[in-house]
Design a protein around this ligand. Structure first.
Ligand code: G6P
Length: 616
């Protein structure tokens, strides 16, 4: 789980590489390094710590080379240290490699290479790659222009695992070779210069024309050309994709942090996600082409994901069930894939993943395909790994999400999945048309409601000031509000490091209430008319035991309650129950954010976490 960048052109490579790495730090930030080709020599500078440390290395500032590769690391094999940082060179200093992924058979390969006289400096799996390339390069007697690509091909064929790699070769100082398998890599096409990165935002300020490499496709880049080769090294032409995101989308745009910017981008993200799917009051998912016959034949729908994306699944489970009349199960991808799930051709499996790169989610999808289920990927990243594996890919239009803690992806995922469930109901004719129209109408008004919440942050900031020294915070709700409580609790713990738990309000009496005593902070959510009385009675039980209560309640329900009994009340606009997570999670995202800021923490890059978990 790392980020890689490459540049080949006529400008100084180092500043471009460092800027790209800074944008990729969400993929890992325990060490970083660059290698630049200069006067026929490969010069490597790397160290433990964040990318910003590299800016202080004078030798990097002095590098004039115009070709280079770079890496920001999240350690998997070997502790974060200078020697384990990338780029790695072979023991004869001929090739430099940066690698994102994991090589599972590196121990065997290392032994084999050691028997051939190669030696190793680091504890990493990656170091076998430049040495293998050296091995195959030296065995090749045909010194033509493709010798380096052949060596990379033979080396990568030996690797078991996942990789996106960039290779510099001392003997071939004007080219760079790249290849990927199950790890992301994009090539940006410029004028007399070309760029490489793990994702598009890292190089979006230089170009909008991108090539997406498929598994085991090789690219040989020079300043003026990009040549593509398939797995048998047969050359082929590839069409570039033009991206409509603008570079501002991937910058902070005046906000202190990406997370705050992304929270504020939610009205736009929701609006754009709806915009692509709703036409004249009808939800369109034409590419799926599902028939009434197919949808009625389903015995089960699975929503499979990790982290916040899994919480989006929880928030729409009952909606999809109600609309499709099919049993819906939400599963954690890392659990699902190892429990021999009951999946067959009558199962529809929907995978939710912002990045489209989460290893467990992709593995779960492959398993479902083996069992003949239809698969849909719900993702935010065009061309991401999951989109190439799934039968169908449908996209949220949240724009790049950079902060590790997911916000706008979550609300966009719920938006898209509610739209998908309406599409199911349209095809199945299972829900009254007027009701569907009413939900769509409510959806179109959602961005305005979220905007209203975003303008009202004074009270949340005050609550954050009172809460930031807490050791434990509890969240509770019923139905969809319980799903939101789970996401809100995750937000708090991941960025503020405060221990927090979420509970279904009705479960309180079965254990959790033992933890409630004077001064304990409990956050309650109430948006469901049918469950108000029950939840309020649970909250009263904890008030009696001295809890400090912060309630998120919709405006209509608030009018019917004696809100004086609660310590703090935040009201949100009322909306259709299926959409309520979207309006209630926003103040809770903000609360977590303000608490983390009060604690002086780096909200965009919480400790021990990475944005894309591309390893198990
Ligand atoms: C990591 C991120 C979370 C994210 C989860 C799933 O844990 O820190 O924010 O929800 O991965 O990521 P995905 O890209 O599959 O949605």
């Amino acid at each position: 789980m790392c980020g890689i960048v490459g540049y080949i052109g006529n400008q100084k490579a180092a500043p471009i590489l460092l800027a790209g790495l800074t944008k990729l730090e969400y993929r890992g930030y325990d060490s970083a390094g660059i290698a630049v080709m200069e006067n026929g020599e490969i010069k490597v500078q790397k160290d433990k710590g964040r990318v910003s440390n590299l800016y202080d290395i004078k030798e990097i500032d002095d590098l004039k080379g115009t070709i280079g590769i770079a890496h920001t690391r999240w350690a998997t094999h070997g502790v974060p240290s200078k020697v384990n940082s990338h780029p790695h060179m072979d023991c004869k200093d001929e090739f430099a490699v940066v690698h994102n992924g994991i090589i599972e058979n590196y121990i065997e390969l290392k032994k084999e290479l050691e028997n051939e006289g190669y030696n190793f400096k680091s504890e990493t799996d990656t170091e076998v790659i430049p040495n293998l390339i050296n091995y195959y390069y030296s065995k090749d007697n045909n010194n033509d222009e493709l010798r380096i690509v052949r060596a990379v091909k033979l080396a990568t064929e030996r690797l078991i695992g996942s990789f996106a790699i960039e290779v510099l070769s001392k003997e071939n100082p004007d080219i760079m070779v790249v290849v990927r398998k199950d790890s992301p890599l994009v090539i940006g096409k410029g004028v007399k210069e070309n760029y490489i990165a793990s994702d598009i935002p890292a190089i979006l300020s230089y170009t909008k024309d991108f090539y997406l490499l498929e598994n085991f496709e090789f690219a040989m880049l020079s300043r003026n050309s990009i040549r593509f080769f398939d797995k048998d090294l047969k050359e082929f032409k590839k069409k570039a994709n033009t991206i409509t995101w603008n570079a501002m989308d991937a910058d902070k745009n005046g906000y202190d942090d990406y997370m705050l910017k992304e929270i504020h981008e939610q009205p736009t993200a929701i609006r754009e996600t709806i915009g692509t799917r709703v036409n004249k009051g009808i939800c369109k998912f034409d590419e799926l082409g599902f028939t009434k016959e197919y949808l009625s034949s389903l015995n089960q729908i699975y929503l499979i994901a990790c982290g916040t994306a899994m919480h989006a699944g929880l928030a729409v489970k009952s909606t999809i069930e109600r609309m499709s009349k099919v049993h819906v199960e939400v599963d954690i991808a890392s659990e699902f894939r190892y429990r021999d799930p009951l999946v067959n051709e009558k199962t529809l499996c929907i995978f939710i993943t912002q990045s489209g790169e989460t290893a467990d989610t992709i593995a779960a999808l492959k398993l479902c395909k083996e069992k003949n289920a239809k698969t849909i990927a719900v993702t935010n990243v065009i061309g991401s790994s999951i989109t190439r594996e799934a039968d169908f890919a449908i996209y949220t239009h949240a724009g790049p999400e950079i902060a590790v803690a997911s916000t706008k992806a979550y609300t966009s995922q719920i938006t898209l999945l509610v739209l998908l469930s309406i599409y199911f109901a349209q095809v199945l004719e299972s829900v009254d048309k007027n009701e569907l129209q009413q939900i769509i109408k409510e959806m179109l008004d959602l961005p305005n409601k979220v905007e209203k919440i975003l303008k009202n942050t004074k009270k949340l900031k005050e609550i954050a000031k009172m809460m930031f020294k807490e050791k434990d915070v509890f969240y509770m709700g019923r139905g969809i509000d319980y799903a939101t409580a789970q996401e809100a609790s995750l937000k708090l713990k991941e960025i503020s490091y405060i221990h927090s738990e979420s509970y279904a309000a009705g479960e309180l009496k079965h254990g959790t209430i033992a933890l409630i005593e004077k001064g304990v902070n409990v956050i309650g959510i109430i948006t469901d008319d049918n469950l108000v009385k029950k939840t309020v009675s649970n909250i009263e039980e904890i008030i009696t035991r001295g809890a400090i209560t912060t309630m998120i309640i919709n405006e209509e329900i608030a009018k019917t309650l004696n809100t004086q009994i609660f310590t703090n009340v935040i009201t949100v606009p009322a909306t259709n129950q299926y959409l309520s997570s979207i309006v209630t999670v926003v103040p809770l995202q903000l609360l977590a954010y303000y608490i983390a800021k009060e604690k002086g923490l780096d909200v965009d890059k919480p400790r021990n976490l990475a944005k894309s978990v591309t390893v198990e």
